[in-house]
Design a protein around this ligand. Structure first.
Ligand SMILES: Cc1ncc(COP(=O)(O)O)c(C=O)c1O
Length: 340
């Protein structure tokens, strides 16, 4: 699926990893890091750089593609014929699973739980069935337990389960790889060493990968997690635990180094008034990006996280923003024409 990719940096760091996990190649590695002087000036930042994980794949980008390289590799390794997952109606993880599952000729199904009617909900309503995904939709949260059992138990023996949000060490490994790309760019001088790496945060799969990746690279840069989901399913403790579990997996594969952990700044102030519900700071931030740069934003994660800058946060600092949202929507006709 990937059109070009340099060797995985994780394989260089942990040569035994290939004996434990065999990811498939979906990501065009490395993704670029863009310099954003106009936005930095607008928001009073010292410097703003953007890790362009919106460009992980021309088929469908975003950070979830990185997680899927490892999940789909594991699914193939187990001989699974089906993959299943769950998420909100507009979930990028569900759309990425439908897209790349179809690419690899796997049957896909998902449990969809209620979400505010943001653009991604309409996009998924159109694209998921077109990609051949079987859907179990819950109109109300009380239907979720039964729906969960249905999605988990169907063809259980031949199904590989991808946890919601990719919250699992295998998913985290994909983001560690992306972070090693950033570390390499810092080391070779193409990107100056930032003071903060800012990550839109849901289940913590992405931010745990950034946190661990920087530690493995020996760059204890501060990681700023901007929370966008209820505390019930996330938190700084969960972030650290997920990073530690992923490190345990790497140790099992033979990693003997000592990570240099940086600081975590956990921010709760930008999630209001609720999941996928907008606020003036997010609107302003999204308008600024549309006027002054060329990457796409959405409200639920990236727009509301960027409100941190639009409202004067991290003023004067040199910052990398981890852009988790795909630059494009997938085209089902193209995906299904190219099943691998
Ligand atoms: C665009 C975008 N950004 C950030 C996140 C949060 O990622 P994580 O669940 O890994 O914290 C998601 C998760 O769905 C997402 O779709």
């Amino acid at each position: 699926v990937a059109t070009h990719n340099s060797p995985r940096l994780l394989d260089g760091l942990v040569p035994g990893l290939a004996d434990v996990v065999r990811p498939v190649d979906l990501v065009d590695r490395p993704t670029p890091v863009s310099c954003e002087p106009a936005l930095a000036t607008r928001w009073g930042l010292g410097e703003l750089w953007v890790k362009r994980d919106d460009l992980t794949s021309p088929v469908y980008g975003g950070s979830k593609v990185r997680n899927l390289e490892f999940f789909l590799g594991a699914a193939r390794g187990q001989g699974a014929t089906d993959i299943a997952t769950m998420g909100p109606l507009g979930s990028h993880q569900v759309l990425a699973t439908a897209t790349f599952g179809a690419y690899l000729g796997l049957r896909t199904r998902a449990l969809l739980v209620p979400q505010e009617p943001v653009r991604e909900v309409a996009v998924n309503a159109r694209l998921l069935p077109a990609l051949g995904m079987e859907l179990i939709r819950c109109e109300h949260f009380h239907q979720v337990p039964l729906g969960y059992l249905r999605v988990r138990l169907k063809r259980r023996a031949s199904t590989y389960w991808i946890p919601p949000g990719s919250k699992h060490p295998l998913g985290v490994l994909g983001v560690v790889e992306g972070t090693l790309e950033l570390a390499a760019a810092i080391r070779n001088g193409t990107v100056p060493c930032p003071e903060d790496v800012v990550v839109p945060t849901g289940t913590c799969a992405t931010v745990a990968g950034v946190y661990l990746g920087l530690a493995l690279a020996g760059l204890p840069i501060r990681v700023v997690a901007v929370r966008m989901v209820p505390m019930l399913i996330t938190g700084a403790g969960k972030l650290r635990r997920l990073a530690a579990e992923t490190l345990t997996l790497l140790r099992r594969a033979g990693y003997r180094g000592e990570p240099r952990w940086g600081e975590v700044l956990w921010l709760d102030d930008y999630a209001a008034p609720g999941y996928s519900r907008g606020n003036p700071g997010a609107e302003r931030a999204m308008e600024d990006v549309a006027a002054l740069s060329d990457f796409r934003t959405e409200l639920t994660y990236t727009g509301k996280s960027l409100a941190l800058f639009a409202k004067g946060g991290l003023a004067g600092r040199r910052v990398v923003f981890w852009n988790t949202y795909s630059a494009t929507d997938p085209d089902p006709d193209k995906v299904l024409a190219e099943v691998h």
